[in-house]
Design a binder for this molecule. Structure first.
Ligand SMILES: *Cc1c(COP(=O)(O)O)cnc(C)c1O
Length: 365
């Protein structure tokens, strides 16, 4: 049986996007954030495409294992750090950097019998209130870390922004000011707070290290703006095939739950794509797909393996025609908005039964 659902990863777009961030933040080092399997694009694949990055950011030690196994020699930063002291042996074996965001992690380091220095990023909470030390603990934890032989002298101070995708919101300037205040007495230490949206929208946040995720994949990182507006290119196309064309009579309902009724006798196309592939079940009737480069609308409920589209206006449609669900010519953000989610969740959610292919138009940056 042929594989019909295909996620095509555009390697040239990945490289282009990295160069674009380099150009924007030319005074900063660049951490390419590749957590969640490279935002769904494939961890090892994107790491190779991002070879020009200065470091990779991952969510777990397991991702570090995969990258080292793939021959990636870059700095790799485990963004949540260690969970237990036993993790440190593997961190050392793999040569990973760790984030320290909690006192308990300092104790684990202090108790480590292996005293060779590890590279540490100290995470401060400036208002996100997820991971990070409160400002009251910052100075004491820092001096504790400094006294440990297990910690390399060049600790990177970091924090994370909660609202950088809403330009004009008061929260980001507030967090930037708090970060500056907390780091004020540590002018020798490198700093990092900018995620994708801040790299574009808050140049003063770039500092010594930027940490880019979404923009590297060409995803929109600012509410209401496509990444293309900032010169970034979509790195994933999701497509499948039309596997049936059926003539359905006026007044008949299409799909589960009778959610959509044919207003006239018409052709309905059946596409081999559903929530089992990662296409959101919440995409309502009217959501756009591209059939042979032209718009067609989803009708009825998206099911596990299949979805149905309105073929009025597509008299030339044939079985096996390819249907694009998202890609450079159909921003994934449009589907995300229709389905009540964000683009990140959609690219992360493409499932294992979808075949991943790589496309590369060469080094046309
Ligand atoms: C995911 C993540 C990033 C990247 O965020 P984007 O908005 O995708 O650029 C940066 N820093 C940390 C700590 C993260 O968890």
């Amino acid at each position: 049986m042929s594989r019909t659902a295909i996620a095509t990863i555009h390697l040239d777009a990945l490289r282009h996007n990295l160069q674009r961030i380099r150009a924007l933040a030319s005074g900063s080092r660049l951490m390419a954030v590749v957590k969640a399997d490279g935002y769904g694009h494939g961890l090892e694949r994107v790491a190779r495409a991002f070879a020009a990055a200065d470091a990779f950011g991952v969510a777990s030690i397991a991702d570090g294992q995969r990258l080292r196994a793939a021959g990636i020699a870059h700095r790799i930063v485990v963004l949540a750090g260690i969970d237990e002291q036993g993790d440190l042996a593997e961190v050392r074996r793999l040569g990973l950097d760790i984030v320290v965001h909690h006192r308990a992690q300092v104790e684990m380091l202090a108790g480590d019998r292996d005293r060779r220095p590890l590279r540490v990023w100290l995470k401060l909470d400036t208002g996100m209130h997820r991971l990070g030390l409160p400002s009251a603990e910052c100075a004491s934890v820092l001096s504790q870390l400094r006294a440990l032989p297990q910690v390399d002298a060049e600790i990177v101070l970091m924090s994370h922004l909660s609202s950088s995708d809403e330009y004009g919101a008061a929260k980001t300037p507030l967090q930037l000011a708090r970060f500056e205040e907390m780091a004020a007495t540590q002018s020798a230490l490198p700093r990092s707070i900018a995620n994708s949206a801040a790299i574009v929208g808050y140049p003063e946040s770039r500092l010594q290290w930027v940490r880019a995720g979404g923009l590297l994949y060409g995803l929109s990182v600012v509410a209401g703006k496509a990444a293309a507006e900032f010169g970034f290119r979509a790195a994933m196309s999701l497509s499948s095939k039309l596997i049936a064309i059926n003539r359905i009579g006026r007044g008949e309902f299409v799909g589960y739950g009778e959610s959509w009724q044919c207003p006239e006798d018409m052709n309905i196309g059946v596409v081999a794509m559903g929530y089992g592939d990662g296409y959101p079940r919440h995409a309502p009737s009217g959501t756009e797909v591209l059939l042979n480069g032209r718009t067609a609308a989803v009708v009825g409920r998206v099911s596990m393996d299949l979805m149905t589209i309105d073929l009025r206006g597509h008299p030339d449609a044939r079985i096996n025609d390819r249907v694009l669900l998202w890609g450079p010519d159909l921003p994934v953000e449009r589907l995300a908005a229709a389905a009540g989610t964000i683009s990140y969740e959609l690219t992360c959610g493409v499932t294992r039964r979808v075949m991943f292919l790589e496309a590369d138009a060469g080094f046309s940056a």
